[in-house]
Design a protein around this ligand. Structure first.
Ligand SMILES: Nc1ncnc2c1ncn2[C@@H]1O[C@H](COP(=O)(O)OP(=O)(O)OP(=O)(O)O)[C@@H](O)[C@H]1O
Ligand SMILES: [Mg+2]
Length: 349
């Protein structure tokens, strides 16, 4: 037999065994099986395998001797289950045709079945493994989400309770300081160092909550965060806050939002601390592709010296943030009329 062509096979006995082999061949389960079925012989024309062969256009005959005439037939598989048929084929077939009888075929069949079962079991085990991996993944995602949620709660608590209390404390200290007489030198120094201490604590609180999560901003959006902060400011200082937003909250870059909010916070705190104001107006609007924040108070008015004083660290911080964001800032005061802080940040990118 040549190697470069398929093994030509004929089956004698068109029962269920024959059908099963054809199923395997046509389902291409054994794709490496280099075998071609070219004939089926069966005395019962109604046998299931025999009819299947006819359907598939394979040569069929009632007498196995007809198979001998098939061109290039290499092998006969006898599946009648009857020894006398196997014996008869064995003595009548041309010598170049090899024979596998039903006993040998049965053995192959059993091996095949065992292999099939093994594959099915492996597939099932793999499926189970995939499922349990998926469950693990879901569990870990759930735990991760729970962690984030927990951190958010802690972050908010730190911000709301600690952060705001500290800012309020600082503002109280400011007015206390103002009430002191010039010659109460020691007390003035004490108030100054207390302010420093509060600032340091505010910084560390900021570090904690920004490490946990940039608090409410990403949940609320800038408008709502400004609103919320103004409300607290008003409640605490008794200074009226007027808000005007020219647009609804849209998704802004996180860095922009955080910085703008910090700027707002500083301007508002200053108005509460230094201005002796009764009213603060806050505007947030979009102008020619820039986000413009304006905080105006009706207090005593900042002086040009104070604006340009390098020791004005709060104002320096505002300028630095604006510089990083590539925007403009203007801080100006009119004596006994008030102070205005205007910050304009391009939104282009
Ligand atoms: N809205 C305002 N009205 C009047 N004066 C102001 C106003 N804002 C700031 N100033 C003056 O400018 C100074 C500098 O402000 P800046 O915010 O830099 O410092 P600060 O508020 O005193 O301290 P901190 O570093 O805590 O902010 C203030 O001390 C205050 O005298
Ligand atoms: Mg300040």
């Amino acid at each position: 037999m040549e190697q470069d062509r398929a093994l030509n096979v004929a089956i004698v006995g068109g029962g269920p065994g024959c059908k099963a082999i054809m199923d395997i061949i046509f389902a291409e389960k054994l794709s490496q099986l280099y075998m071609k079925l070219i004939g089926v012989a069966c005395t019962n024309p109604n046998a299931v395998g025999y009819r299947y062969a006819q359907e598939k256009g394979i040569y069929t005959t009632s007498s196995f001797r007809d198979l001998y005439k098939l061109k290039e037939l290499d092998m006969i598989i006898e599946l009648t289950g009857r020894n006398e048929v196997a014996d008869e084929i064995s003595v009548t077939k041309p010598s170049h045709i090899r024979l596998i009888d039903h006993v040998a075929a049965r053995l192959f069949w059993d091996i095949f079945q065992i292999e099939e079962k093994r594959i099915a079991e492996r597939t099932r085990a793999e499926q189970e493994l995939r499922e349990s991996r998926e469950q693990l993944r879901e569990l870990s995602a759930h735990l991760q989400a729970a962690r984030v949620e927990e951190r958010t709660i802690v972050a908010r608590k730190v911000h709301d309770d600690l952060g705001q209390t500290l800012i309020a404390l600082k503002m109280d200290l400011c007015s206390l300081e103002k009430g002191l007489h010039k010659d109460q030198e020691i007390l003035i120094q004490q108030a100054k160092s207390m302010k420093k201490l509060i600032d340091m604590t505010i910084q560390s609180v900021k570090r904690i909550y920004s490490g946990l999560r940039p608090f409410l901003l990403d949940e609320l959006g800038l408008n709502a965060a400004i609103e919320w902060m103004s409300q607290r400011f008003q409640d605490h200082t008794g200074i009226t806050c007027e808000l005007a937003f020219s647009r609804d909250d849209i998704l802004l870059e996180e860095n922009l939002v955080t910085n703008l909010f910090r700027i707002f916070q500083e301007a508002l705190t200053n108005a509460g601390c230094h201005a002796n104001a009764t009213k603060v107006k806050v505007r947030l609007e979009e102008k020619a592709g820039a986000l413009v924040l304006t905080v105006t108070d009706n207090g005593k008015g900042i002086t040009d010296e104070q604006v340009s004083d390098p020791k004005s660290f709060g104002l320096m911080a505002i300028k630095e943030r604006v510089r990083v964001l590539g925007g403009n800032v203007k801080i100006s005061g009119i004596k006994n009329k008030g102070t205005t802080v205007t910050v304009s940040i391009p939104m282009g990118k």
